[in-house]
Design a protein around this ligand. Structure first.
Ligand code: ZN
Length: 490
């Protein structure tokens, strides 16, 4: 197995990745809060950890990938006050909260599929793990790191900080001054402003509520990931990922909750993808520069010069290292579109090259392959891997132009390089080829269905049934309606 080097946000160092169990990786990623349409930020996080999973699998690891769905407890200001984001949306749209959850979860899945993001192995919902979260709160109270006030339970950061270090991940230090002076006077039940909710008592109009030993209420947002990661990956696991915006307070609080109970940390490596900006500005709804994936794919947004395909979006993101900010602009997207097109054209050219008995570039091919893998093994440097791959593209084109010659072995090496890196590890799909294939398949099935119609018209029902069964064997299901026959893949 190739060595993999990973930058650990916790130790602030890049080091050789050493899994707990040889050849196996436990990965937990904070998934979306499902109350709005998926946008570019969702895509970047999902694609980052999709490429991590794909690449680790590509080099031989078995990965158990857990990515949660937040459907309860994520309050508006990311902390402990304000409305629950989902409950608010439900009230505004006059829907059941679980209707909101289902709708946006489906939307998220649909868009991830078009981006060729693989499904996680386990996708737990916070609302399905309230029992586990209540159990965890009980343990934190038993260990002495939480207190109850008026039916709500808060994590006692000051107490925790006497034994452990709160702020390890984000580098934030609790200001002693602040700790002493900012006792909140009656507006909040918290002893200190930086304490965070483990359980919140629900107000009478709050719909999403569960019984607990403290009150009818709901779990705090940070709690779900501690409870679910431990449940599915154990008390210690390999990698915890998420967007940089989750580093504080979400991940910091997760660490505190787990350490309070276990005495040690759960995740050994923390990995954070950076944000997407729009012409240098943070993307936000209030600035009007916030672009959803649907808007990207249809071009229906005032800032978009055109529609961009899912693979252009995916490729655009892969052209930057996951830990750098990525600035969206039409120019950058159009450039990505061009480069991707050139790479996919080279793959077609590669399949048509005539091999020669002598090679002018053998040595370089070996170097390119090695450099591509080295780049991806170096903390997933997709940008560098793609730059090296461009050298292979130039080589294919110069061979096609008769300026170079390649042997059969060279061509085979290049084919496996492209299928390994571009398609398998980076998860790119040739959309044009895919739509050609779809059109071709539809044309062929329609031809077959016409002969079946003719057989039926000739009262040769046995022949008609045979065609139907043969198609079924191939995974094509025919449905007869009054208007005619339609088909779909089984
Ligand atoms: Zn989380």
């Amino acid at each position: 197995m190739r060595p993999f080097y990973i930058y650990n946000t916790l130790s602030r160092k890049k080091a050789l990745f050493e899994p707990l169990v040889d050849g196996h990786v436990g990965l937990y990623v904070c998934g979306p809060t499902v109350y709005g349409d998926p946008h570019l930020g969702h895509a970047r996080s999902a694609i980052t950890f999709d490429v991590l999973t794909r690449y680790l699998r590509h080099i031989g690891y078995k990965v158990r990938y857990v990515r949660n769905i937040t459907d309860v407890g994520h309050l508006e200001n990311d902390a402990d006050s304000g409305d629950d984001k989902i409950a608010k949306k439900a009230r505004l749209e006059q829907l059941e909260p679980m209707e909101v959850v289902q709708y946006y979860t489906n939307r998220y899945h649909d868009f991830m599929r078009t981006l060729n993001v693989l499904s996680p192995n386990i996708e737990p919902h916070a609302s399905g793990h309230v029992i586990e979260q209540i159990e965890l709160i009980k343990k934190i109270i038993e260990c002495g790191y939480a207190y109850e006030v008026n039916g709500s339970v808060y994590f006692d950061v000051e107490k925790y900080n006497q034994t452990y270090t709160y702020g390890k991940l984000s580098g934030r230090v609790i200001d002693e001054q602040q700790a002493n002076t900012r006792k909140l006077d009656g507006q909040d039940d918290k002893r200190n402003s930086f304490d965070f909710a483990l359980w919140k008592k629900a107000s009478s109009e709050h719909i999403m509520r569960w019984p607990s030993p403290w009150s009818d209420g709901f779990p705090g947002w940070h709690l779900e990931c501690s409870a679910m990661s431990t449940k599915y990956l154990g008390e210690t696991f390999d990698i915890h990922g998420g967007g940089m915006d989750l580093l504080f307070p979400h991940h910091e609080c997760e660490i505190a909750q787990s350490v309070a109970v276990q005495g040690h940390e759960t995740a050994r490596y923390w990995m954070h993808n950076n944000m997407i900006t729009n012409s240098g500005q943070k993307m936000s709804k209030s600035l009007g520069n916030f672009i959803t994936l649907e808007e990207m794919f249809t071009g229906m947004h005032q800032l978009l010069a055109q529609a961009y395909t899912p693979m252009t979006v995916r490729f655009f993101m892969l052209q930057a290292h996951y830990s750098s900010t990525l600035d969206f602009s039409n120019e950058a997207m159009q450039a990505a579109e061009k480069v991707l097109k050139r790479i996919l054209e080279a793959v077609h050219t590669l399949n048509k090259l005539t091999p020669s008995t002598v090679s002018t570039r053998s040595k370089e091919i070996t170097t390119i392959v090695e450099k591509c893998y080295e780049a991806l093994s170096d903390d997933l440097n997709t940008a560098l891997a793609l730059a090296h791959l461009q050298e292979a593209v130039r080589m294919i084109n110069s061979t096609n132009d008769k300026k170079d010659t390649l042997t059969t072995a060279d061509i085979e090496t290049l084919k496996s390089l492209f299928s390994g890196i571009i398609f398998d590890a980076l998860g790119i799909v040739d959309e044009q080829q895919q739509s050609v294939n779809t059109a071709l398949l539809d044309g062929l099935v329609q031809m077959v269905l016409e002969s079946r119609n003719k057989a039926k018209a000739d009262k040769d029902f046995a022949a008609g049934d045979k065609i139907r069964n043969d198609l079924q064997q191939l995974g094509i299901v025919v449905k007869d309606t009054k208007e005619g026959s339609t088909w779909m893949l089984a």
